[in-house]
Design a binder for this molecule. Structure first.
Ligand code: PLP
Length: 552
C-alpha cells in the first residue's frame, strides 16, 4: 500500500482544497491509481475556507475572498480520533474520507484539527491553504506529517511506501524514527518528490522554532538536521528517503544543482489524466476513431486516423463555446474565426504572464498586417504576491490602451481560474502560450492538457517542453534551446523577439493560410503529447523506478 502525502488536492472546483499545479497533479495521479487498481491511500488537509476566490476590479486590482464550502456534503467523517502535539499542547485530530472509485478504489483522508476543545490557534489551521508561511504553515505541516502518520496507523494500514509530494509532509519521518529502530529502516520506506525549481521555494524554519513546536517528539536530534540555523524540509525529506525524484528531465539537473549533497536523484516526468482533460467533443472522436484510447492512452499515437475536417470541426465547436464564455463574462466581443491564444497559470514574476504585451506597438502591427489576434489571460496571484498583483494591473491597463487603438488585437482576462475554466481554455484556444523564465519551470502541465486536445504549444524551452516539444512538428519553442546541464536564466529581450517573429512569420501564416498544414500539426500534437504525457505512463514509471523499494 502506498501512502500519498500532499498539502493540496484538486479534484473538482466544488472542493476548493487546491491552489494550482501540485494539487491538480495530485488529483490526476489519484485518478490514474484508481483506474490502474494501484493500492494507495491519500493524506491531505481539509481547508474549510479554500484557497482564494479572485475578483478583479475594473482598475485591475485583484480582490481575494474566502471560499467556504459545504464539505460535509462531499466528505464522510470517520469515527476516529488521534492526538498530535503542537509545542506542549495536546490536540485532537479527526479525519474525513472521500473515495475515488474505478477499477480500483482510492481512499482520500482529509485531516481536521478544527475540533471542539482544541486551542483556537490550532483550530484555525483548517481555514485556508497557503495562507501564511510562518508558524501557521509549520503547524499545518505538523498536522499533515504527524497527524497523517497517526491516522494511517489508527486505521491499521499496512504501508509499504510513504510518498512525500513536496516537502510539506516531511515531519512524517519524526514518527517513523520512533516506530523503527534506525534511520536506515525509515529510509527503506520513504520516497520524496521535489516539485520546486528555486531554492526559495523550499520550506525552511529556524531550528529554535522547530524545537519548540516539536518538543514532544524527542526521537530526532534537530541540531543534526540544521544548516545555518534553519531546518530545510526538502533536505530533511531527502535525508530519510530511499529515492528522491525530480518531475522532468531538465528539473533533474536543476535539483542536483540546488541540492548537490543528495546522492542520487532520479526523474519521473509529470503527466495529466487524459480522461479529465480531453474535452468531451474530442473524446467522442477518439471513441470512434481510436477505440481503447481511454484505458491505454499510448493509442493516441493513432490520431492520424481521425479525418481532418472532423477534427477541425470538433475543435471549432469547443472554440465557439469558449468565445461564448468570454463574451458572456467580459465585454471583449470575441469572434469564432479569429486566431486565439490562451495564457493561463498562476500570475507571478517568473512566469512572465504579460511578456507578450511588452511591446504593444509590435503586437498591434502583427494583428493589423498578418491577421487578427485574440488573447485570453487567466490566473490568480497568491494573495500576498504584490508583484503578481501588479502584473494583473498592468495587463488591465494595456488592455484599455489596445482597445482604444485597434480592433485587430483583442485582449481579455477571465476571473477566478479553476478546473472547469481550465478544461475549456486548454481545449478551445488555437495556441497555448507558456513563457516562464528558464530554468524555473520544474515541469508544467497545462501545455500537456492543451497538446492532447490538438491545441498547439508555443513555449519556452523548459520543463516538460524540452522533452515533448518538436519544433514545427507539434508546436514551437521560444528563445534558445539550452543543453540539459545549462541552468542559465533566459533573457526577456531575446525571448520576446523570438516570440514575436515566430508568431508573425510562422505560426499565424500557417493558421490563416495553410489550414491543411495546421490540422496536421494538431494531429502530431495529439499523437506525440497525448500518448506520453499522461498520468497512466507517469504512475507506471513511479512503480518501476520509485516505489519498488516497497517490494523488496
Ligand atoms: C493544469 C492546471 C494548473 C497547472 O498548470 P501549469 O501549466 O503547470 O502552471 C494550474 N491550475 C489549474 C486550474 C490547472 O488545470
Amino acid at each position: 500500500m502506498i501512502a500519498y502525502f500532499v498539502m493540496e488536492l484538486g479534484l473538482e472546483d466544488s472542493m476548493p482544497t487546491y491552489s494550482g499545479g501540485l494539487g491538480i497533479l495530485a488529483g490526476d495521479t489519484l485518478y490514474s491509481y484508481a483506474d490502474m487498481d494501484i493500492p494507495a491511500v491519500c493524506i491531505t488537509l481539509l481547508y474549510k475556507k479554500g484557497y482564494t476566490l479572485q475578483k478583479i476590479t475594473s482598475q485591475g486590482m485583484q480582490l481575494d475572498f474566502d471560499v467556504p464550502w459545504d464539505y460535509k456534503r462531499y466528505l464522510r467523517r470517520l469515527d476516529l480520533e488521534v492526538e498530535v502535539f503542537f509545542g506542549d499542547k495536546r490536540q485532537k485530530v479527526i479525519c474525513w474520507e472521500y473515495w475515488l472509485r474505478s477499477k480500483g478504489n482510492v481512499r482520500i483522508l482529509f485531516l481536521d484539527a478544527d475540533v471542539e476543545g482544541n486551542d483556537p490557534e490550532i483550530r484555525k489551521l483548517n481555514g485556508k491553504l497557503y495562507f501564511d508561511d510562518g508558524i501557521y504553515r509549520l503547524r499545518q505541516e505538523i498536522l499533515l506529517g504527524i497527524g497523517g502518520y497517526r491516522v494511517l496507523k489508527a486505521l491499521g494500514y499496512p504501508i509499504h511506501v510513504y510518498h512525500m509530494n513536496e516537502s510539506h509532509s516531511a515531519f512524517l519521518v519524526v514518527e517513523l524514527l520512533k516506530e523503527f529502530s534506525s534511520p536506515e529502516e525509515v529510509k527503506k520506506r520513504c520516497v520524496f518528490t521535489t516539485h520546486t525549481p528555486v531554492p526559495a521555494g523550499h520550506d525552511r524554519f529556524p531550528v529554535d522554532v522547530i524545537k519548540e513546536e516539536l518538543k514532544a517528539y524527542d526521537n530526532i536530534d534537530w541540531d543534526k538536521e540544521t544548516v545555518d540555523g534553519f531546518v530545510n524540509l526538502s533536505v530533511l525529506a531527502s535525508r530519510y528517503s530511499d529515492k528522491v525524484n525530480a518531475v522532468s528531465h531538465k528539473h533533474l539537473y536543476v535539483t542536483q544543482n540546488i541540492f548537490p549533497d543528495i546522492a542520487s536523484v532520479e526523474y519521473v516526468t509529470n503527466g495529466v489524466y487524459h480522461k479529465r482533460w480531453i474535452h468531451k467533443e474530442i473524446q467522442e472522436l477518439f471513441d470512434e476513431y481510436i477505440p481503447g484510447w481511454d484505458e491505454n492512452p499510448i493509442l493516441l499515437q493513432k490520431a492520424y486516423d481521425i479525418p481532418s475536417e472532423i477534427l477541425l470541426k470538433a475543435h471549432n465547436r469547443i472554440k465557439s463555446e469558449l468565445v461564448n464564455l468570454v463574451n458572456k463574462e467580459t465585454d471583449a466581443s470575441f469572434s469564432d474565426d479569429v486566431f486565439t491564444i490562451g495564457i493561463a497559470r498562476r500570475i507571478t514574476p517568473y512566469k512572465r504572464n504579460d511578456l507578450i504585451l511588452r511591446d504593444i506597438d509590435r503586437l498591434i502591427h502583427i494583428g493589423e498586417r498578418v491577421g487578427e489576434i485574440q488573447i485570453i489571460f487567466a490566473g490568480k496571484a497568491h494573495p500576498k504576491d504584490t508583484m503578481g498583483k501588479e502584473m494583473i494591473k498592468r495587463i488591465f491597463e494595456t488592455m484599455k490602451i489596445i482597445r482604444e487603438r485597434t480592433k485587430a488585437l483583442k485582449i481579455t482576462f477571465l476571473e477566478n481560474y479553476g478546473i472547469e475554466m481550465a478544461k475549456l481554455l486548454i481545449a478551445g484556444c488555437d495556441v497555448w502560450l507558456n513563457n516562464p523564465k528558464r530554468p524555473l519551470e520544474a515541469c508544467g502541465t497545462s501545455g500537456m492538457k492543451a497538446g492532447m486536445n490538438g491545441v498547439l504549444n508555443f513555449s519556452t524551452w523548459d520543463g516538460w517542453w524540452l522533452e515533448g516539444g518538436i519544433e514545427g512538428v507539434n508546436g514551437w519553442g521560444i528563445g534558445p534551446k539550452p543543453s540539459w546541464q545549462d541552468i542559465s536564466e533566459s533573457k526577456d529581450e531575446e525571448d520576446l523577439e523570438d516570440l514575436y517573429s515566430k508568431l508573425a512569420y510562422i505560426i499565424m501564416p500557417t493558421y490563416y493560410r495553410h489550414e491543411d498544414q495546421w490540422v496536421k500539426l494538431m494531429k502530431n500534437s495529439i499523437a506525440t503529447i497525448g500518448a506520453y504525457f499522461n498520468t497512466h505512463r507517469m504512475v507506471s514509471e513511479y512503480i518501476s523506478k520509485v516505489y519498488k523499494i516497497g517490494l523488496r
